[in-house]
Design a protein around this ligand. Structure first.
Ligand code: NAD
Ligand code: TYD
Length: 350
C-alpha cells in the first residue's frame, strides 16, 4: 500500500483516522484526503498535518459524486488502497432531508467503486466504513453479529445499508478486494456538535437546556473514536477480502445516563453552577420518528480473527472527551459560530 485514498478525512472519524495513521502506525506512503467540505467537514482539524508531513499528506477538495474528479485523483496519485469514510452521517438531518444521503452515501460510494473497478489488480483494498444502524433496532436482549439481517429504520441507515450491499456486490461480481466494518456509536475529539455527546458537552458548559429525546432510555453502544481507528487500520491491512467485521467495545448505555455522566464530569471539573448541578438542565423533548431503541455490537469475529481490543472504557473515554472539548475552545468556537466555514471559503474558495 503506497497511496491510501481516505474519503471524508475532514470529518470526525476521518480526521482521527488520518491522525492515527501518521502518529501511531509505520505507514510510510502517502495519504490523499478527498473531502467536499460540507457543513461537517472542517480542515482546521488537520491543519498541522500538511506542514508536519510535507508530500505525505495531500488534501483534495472534491465531491465523491464527481466522477471526473475521482478518476483524476485515482490516476494522479496512483491510488492503490481506499478507506471510505465520506458520508452524510446524522440521522436527524436524514429525516428532514434524505436527498443528500441518497446522493453521497449511495451514488458517491458507487462512483468510488466504479473507479476502483476500472483499476482492478492495482487496487489492493477498498475498505468501506459503515454503521451498526444497518441492522435496525434490538429489543432488551441480544447483539448484532455480522449475519444479522439488515433492517434499517432511518433514511441515513437505509442509505448506508444500500452502500454496504453495493460494496459486497462489487466483491462477488467483479472480485474487487473489499472489506466492510460496521461500527457502533463513536465519540471523542473533533466530533461535530450535532451528535449527542459533543452537543451535550457544549450546551452544559453554557448552561443551556439538554434535549433528551423521548424517555431517554434508548441504548447506544459507545466506542472511543481512536479505538474505531485502530480497528479500521487492522481490518484494512489484515482483514479477509469480501468480509464484514463488526466493531464495538461493549459499552451499552442509556442516553439519559450518558447525559448525566457528562454533567457530573463538568460539575467536577468546573464546579457546580450557582443554580446547582448541571443535571437540572436535562429537558425531555419529543421523540425522534423511527427512533431505534437499542444497539449492541458483538465484535467476537474481530477479536478472534484479528486480535483487536479497545483501549478505552466508557469512563476513561468520556473523561478524555469532555476535557478535550474544554481544552479546544478555539476549535469549538469556530464550529459553533460557523467561522470554520469562513476559513474554508478563504482557503478553498467556498
Ligand atoms: P462526519 O459527518 O463527521 O464527516 C463526514 C465527512 O464526509 C465530512 O468531512 C464531509 O465534508 C465529508 N463528505 C460528505 N459528503 C461528501 C461528498 N459528497 N464528497 C466528499 N466528502 C463528503 O461523519 P463521521 O461521524 O466522521 O462518520 C464517518 C463515517 O463513519 C460515515 O461513513 C459514517 O456512516 C460512519 N460511522 C459513523 C459513526 C459515528 O458514530 N459517527 C459510527 C459508525 C459509522
Ligand atoms: P446521535 O448522536 O444523533 O447518534 P445516532 O442517532 O446515530 O445513534 O444520537 C445518539 C442518541 O442520542 C440517539 O438515541 C438519539 C439521542 N439524542 C438525544 O436524545 N438528544 C439529542 O439532542 C441528540 C442529537 C440525540
Amino acid at each position: 500500500m503506497k497511496t491510501l485514498l481516505v474519503t471524508g478525512g475532514c470529518g470526525f472519524i476521518g480526521c482521527n483516522f488520518i491522525r492515527y495513521v501518521f502518529e501511531e502506525t509505520d505507514f510510510s506512503g502517502t495519504v490523499v484526503n478527498v473531502d467536499a467540505l460540507t457543513y461537517a467537514g472542517n480542515p482546521e482539524s488537520l491543519a498541522d498535518l500538511a506542514q508536519a508531513h510535507p508530500g505525505r499528506y495531500v488534501f483534495v477538495k472534491a465531491d465523491i459524486c464527481d466522477k471526473a474528479a475521482m478518476a483524476e485523483v485515482f490516476d494522479r496519485f496512483e491510488v492503490d488502497a481506499v478507506c471510505h469514510f465520506a458520508a452524510e452521517s446524522h440521522v436527524d438531518r436524514s429525516i428532514v432531508g434524505p436527498g443528500a444521503f441518497i446522493q453521497t452515501n449511495i451514488i458517491g460510494t458507487y462512483i468510488l467503486l466504479e473507479e476502483a473497478r476500472k483499476r482492478l489488480g492495482k487496487i489492493k483494498r477498498f475498505h468501506h466504513i459503515s454503521t451498526d444502524e444497518v441492522y435496525g433496532s434490538l429489543g432488551p436482549d441480544g447483539y448484532f453479529v455480522e449475519t444479522t439481517p439488515y433492517d434499517p429504520s432511518s433514511p441515513y441507515s437505509a442509505s448506508k445499508a444500500s452502500s454496504d450491499h453495493l460494496v459486497n456486490a462489487y466483491h462477488r461480481t467483479y472480485g474487487l478486494p473489499t472489506t466492510i466494518s460496521n461500527c457502533s456509536n463513536n465519540y471523542g475529539p473533533y466530533q461535530f456538535p450535532e451528535k449527542l455527546i459533543p452537543l451535550m458537552i457544549l450546551k452544559a458548559v453554557e448552561e443551556m437546556p439538554l434535549p433528551v429525546y423521548g424517555d431517554g432510555l434508548n441504548v447506544r453502544d459507545w466506542l472511543y473514536v481512536r479505538d474505531h481507528c485502530t480497528a479500521v487500520w487492522r481490518i484494512l491491512n489484515e482483514g479477509r477480502e469480501g468480509e464484514t467485521y463488526n466493531i464495538g467495545g461493549h459499552n451499552e448505555i442509556e442516553n439519559i445516563r450518558v447525559v448525566q455522566t457528562v454533567c457530573d464530569i463538568l460539575d467536577e471539573i468546573l464546579g457546580t453552577t450557582p443554580n446547582g448541578t448541571r443535571k437540572r438542565l436535562v429537558t425531555f423533548v419529543k421523540d425522534r420518528p423511527g427512533h431505534d431503541r437499542r444497539y449492541a455490537i458483538d465484535a467476537t469475529k474481530l477479536f478472534n480473527e484479528l486480535g483487536w481490543r479497545p483501549e478505552e472504557s466508557f469512563d476513561s473515554g468520556i473523561r478524555k472527551t469532555v476535557q478535550w472539548f474544554l481544552d479546544h475552545e478555539e476549535w469549538t468556537n469556530h464550529v459553533k459560530s460557523g467561522e470554520y466555514q469562513t476559513w474554508v471559503e478563504k482557503h478553498y474558495g467556498g
